[in-house]
Design a protein around this ligand. Structure first.
Ligand code: PAF
Length: 294
């Protein structure tokens, strides 16, 4: 496995891979790798002759009061994990390599839609203004640098996945986006690099999040109700059972545009963001009649 930090060097390595006929698979990450990231690698590996993983904590997607400074940076361990997981190239640029100049025009904001709010106006976007412009900008830059044939993103970050798909469609970026189901620990907590911030007791309390989602989906699957308000109230009840777990939002939305719905139909998603102590976690679950990976 090669670790590359400079864009020109990466381009030249990838030119050679393409000349050999390799399909390029791409896994963008901010490091602090866990099994969720490795599942992204597994999703592209069978189709790709060359798998590139980027490890870059993107300053543009953090708000001024967010955890940019404390975000876990574990490049050495991450590189070892990536190598053991059959990644071919780790691209680990510095912030100066990615953003040599403060962006003047090259930021990708999320456009408002006629008769509707912008895709980033709700949920994460509402709580974290500017976050998705930062995400889309870095992902677009990475797509231009790597020029992958396919790229994997986790379903846990559902609004991010939705926005990246929309950007790829709107800007005609020739990359196949692969959505990968959320990976959970045995007790149900969705894997996240931010889980590292949780104390033992906070981690135990954080289980209220998957419990709330499970209860909402179960109540709907068992035919108790299709009323979104009732299901959301049930979810809030479960979150409230744990002290110091505070929901930023708990909502039910359609899967395409993530707009709130009142009557829950198959394919709708329950989405939650909650603070456990000082750690902010997100998760979601699909309402599906049959067994569907969440
Ligand atoms: O999901 C993440 O880790 C980040 O938002 C991403 C897509 C790597 C962009 O920085």
């Amino acid at each position: 496995m090669r670790i590359v930090t400079a864009i020109p060097q990466l381009r030249s390595v990838l030119r050679a891979a393409r000349a050999r006929g390799d399909v390029i698979g791409f896994v963008p990450t901010m490091g602090a790798l866990h099994d969720g990231h490795l599942a992204l690698v597994d999703a592209v590996r069978p189709r790709a002759g060359c798998v590139v993983m980027s490890i870059f904590v993107n300053p543009l997607q953090f708000g001024p009061s967010e955890d940019l400074a404390s975000y876990p940076r574990t490049l050495e361990g991450d590189s070892a994990l990536a190598a053991a997981h059959d990644v071919d190239i780790v691209f680990a640029p510095s912030a100066a390599e990615m953003y040599p100049l403060p962006p003047a025009v090259a930021v990708i904001p999320v456009a408002p839609r006629p008769g509707d709010v912008a895709l980033d106006a709700r949920w994460e976007g509402a709580v974290r203004p500017g976050h998705f412009a930062g995400v889309l900008t870095v992902v677009a830059k990475l797509f231009h640098i790597v020029q992958p044939d396919l790229a994997a993103f986790g379903r846990k970050d559902l609004q991010q996945l939705t926005l990246i798909r929309a950007m790829v469609r709107d800007l005609n970026i020739p990359v196949d986006i692969v959505a990968v189901p959320t990976v959970r620990s045995a007790d149900g907590l969705a894997l996240s690099s931010r889980n590292a911030y949780l104390s033992e007791s906070e981690r135990a309390r954080a289980l209220a999040i998957p419990r709330a989602l499970d209860a909402m989906v179960r109540a709907w699957t068992e035919g108790q109700t299709t009323d979104a308000g009732t299901l959301i109230a049930l979810g809030h009840e479960l979150l409230a059972q744990e002290p110091d777990v505070t929901a930023d939002y708990l909502a039910i939305a359609d899967a395409e545009r993530l707009e709130p719905i009142t009557d829950v139909v198959p394919g709708a998603v329950a989405m939650v963001a909650a603070r456990v102590g000082r750690t902010r976690l997100i998760d979601n679950a699909v309402f599906a009649q049959a067994e569907v990976p969440r």
